[in-house]
Design a protein around this ligand. Structure first.
Ligand code: SF4
Ligand code: SF4
Length: 208
């Protein structure tokens, strides 16, 4: 019931709960984009259109702070630090995220394209902790071999990845998203190429 109300408050912003975990008598609900609906909604926002830096973070702060106030919850964000809120451990403790074979987080419905726009620390209530099964255990693991420069051969070689993405040969990654993430069958095809290109631009020029 409480979860239904929370989900209904997120839906107008194309946001969804991705996982829940207990937190000192309360519940933390992790919030991410509902793709592909999210991108066309976000690109109509004043933050996207104003040309100032960090439009998605600014949109997330405005929207999730508003939702939190409506629900008497505390808004939490993965950006804006240091210090940074421990989203990675919250995610794995929710039972719906795991470290994938290429070390990125993988989620039970959004796969390797999972991302957080924030979280809500909810007042006491009925927020079920719905754990799931790690998809990688029954998968052919195409994510491991999909990268054209083998950036996951030994951890994640960020420099090799960036060099490829910035090159002419890396146009596919740059304009349609990471090939390794796209190889994951979970949630495959939900992220629109334009949203992937937006994140790739931020990856290459984080302060643009
Ligand atoms: S491709 Fe398979 S192994 Fe790789 S993250 Fe997705 S489910 Fe896990
Ligand atoms: S963005 Fe492209 S180069 Fe970078 S890890 Fe993904 S597949 Fe490899």
């Amino acid at each position: 019931m409480m979860m239904d109300m929370l989900t209904a408050n997120l839906a107008p912003y194309a946001l969804v709960p991705l996982g829940t975990l207990p937190d000192q008598g309360r519940s933390i609900v992790l919030v991410g984009p509902d793709e592909p609906a999210f991108w066309p909604l976000f690109t109509q926002s004043p933050e996207y259109k104003d040309g100032a830096p960090d439009p998605m973070d600014r949109w997330s702060r405005r929207v999730i702070t508003h939702i939190a106030a409506t629900l008497d919850a505390e808004p939490l964000f993965p950006f804006g630090g240091p210090p940074y809120a421990p989203f990675y451990s919250w995610a794995t403790n929710s039972g719906r995220f795991w470290s994938s074979p290429i070390s990125f987080l993988v989620h039970d419905t959004t796969g390797l394209f999972t991302s957080f726009r924030g979280a809500l620390r909810m007042p006491p209530g009925d927020y079920p902790y719905e754990k799931s099964t790690k998809p990688c255990d029954t998968c052919a693991q195409p994510c491991i071999t999909a990268c054209p420069v083998d950036a996951f051969a030994n951890g994640y070689d960020v420099t090799a990845c960036k060099m490829h993405v910035a090159s002419a040969a890396g146009q596919d990654c740059r304009t349609r998203g990471c090939l390794a993430r796209r190889a994951c069958p979970i949630g495959q095809g939900n992220r629109l190429p334009a949203q992937s290109a937006f994140h790739m631009e931020s990856f290459l020029c984080p302060y643009a």
